[in-house]
Design a protein around this ligand. Sequence first.
Ligand SMILES: NC(=O)c1ccc[n+]([C@@H]2O[C@H](COP(=O)([O-])OP(=O)(O)OC[C@H]3O[C@@H](n4cnc5c(N)ncnc54)[C@H](OP(=O)(O)O)[C@@H]3O)[C@@H](O)[C@H]2O)c1
Length: 333
Amino acid sequence: MSNLWNFISMVWYQLTFKPQPLPDDIRLEGQTAIVTGSNVGLGFEAAKELASHGLSRLILAVRDPAKGEAARAEIAQAAPECDVRVWSLDQESWASMVAFAARVRTELDRVDVALLNAGLKRLDFGRSPTGHEAHVQVNYLGTALLSLLLVEPLRRTARQTRKPGRMTITASSVAFWARVREVREPKGGKGILAWLDDPASFVPGDSHYCLSKLLDVFWTRALAARLDPADIIVNTLNPGYCRSSFHRVDSQAEAFGQYLAWSSAEGAYHVTDAAVRHPDSHGAYLSEQRVRPVSRFISSAQGKEVQQKLWDETIAVFREECPEANIKEFTSD
Ligand SMILES: NC(=O)c1ccc[n+]([C@@H]2O[C@H](COP(=O)([O-])OP(=O)(O)OC[C@H]3O[C@@H](n4cnc5c(N)ncnc54)[C@H](OP(=O)(O)O)[C@@H]3O)[C@@H](O)[C@H]2O)c1
């Protein structure tokens, strides 16, 4: 599909679709949810909505605990029965992600829902302290590592409760706007990740943001293929174009958003919907609160090759740069 068609389709759904909150009869008593990037924006609204459905324990995984405290106070006031905790998580630090996962293992007796939602958008090239390009690190590698680290607690809970755990990754429809040749034919004989980390691959604007979301969709599909949906249902979604601080670096997107964007709460309705409903969405991509097809490239034979290559490269990065993550279960294929 051309990007003009993608654009028209985005304008169409933004103008015609009305996002719906979770139905009242969805109750989450007894359950524990983790939401990353939950101090503001979609993550905050999604966390608040889950808490309002009787959730027993909520972990706000944030990189700035002071901002997290403000979010905690607001959610606790709206849902006083929910035990809301603020835990530190920085997706630009391997050590922070490993420490977060260790805390999950030792301090939580159960994890029912994991919303991997943290993300960033920049228009210029930036490198994270890990050495990876910033979108690659935060939106992709950070999300992917956390997804692996949370498999064990989600699966353990699922086997105790006899109900699959839920893992949802916030992607975007811009995944299908990405320049696929960057992942299909990385230049200089490099791998996909090494090429995307190279400033020579960077086109000023949101192209690396789009690519990072494409990687998230590939990752969701690759991970789903390795998990039993009786243990964990993993899916990914497009929350739509929403007003939040996300587009602050992009004045064009902000200006455009005045006419088209949904509120952060409406964006969050998509996130909670994907995380709690749709039991048949293992490995799927949701948009407008329903399972939708991915791009033709992703489902093509070439797309499948890219998916496998990306999986292999990603696991190799984790083994080399973050051996403490101990992801043995996923290193054998
Ligand atoms: N808004 C949209 O139109 C839109 C559209 C499609 C997809 N999305 C996706 O929706 C998700 C949420 O976006 P949003 O609109 O709610 O944006 P937002 O208001 O900017 O929130 C992003 C969240 O991610 C956190 N974050 C950023 N870098 C991090 C890091 N290194 N470690 C841990 N957390 C980090 C931020 O923390 P700080 O507050 O500390 O920076 C914040 O909590 C993102 O994945 C985004 O790509 C948004």
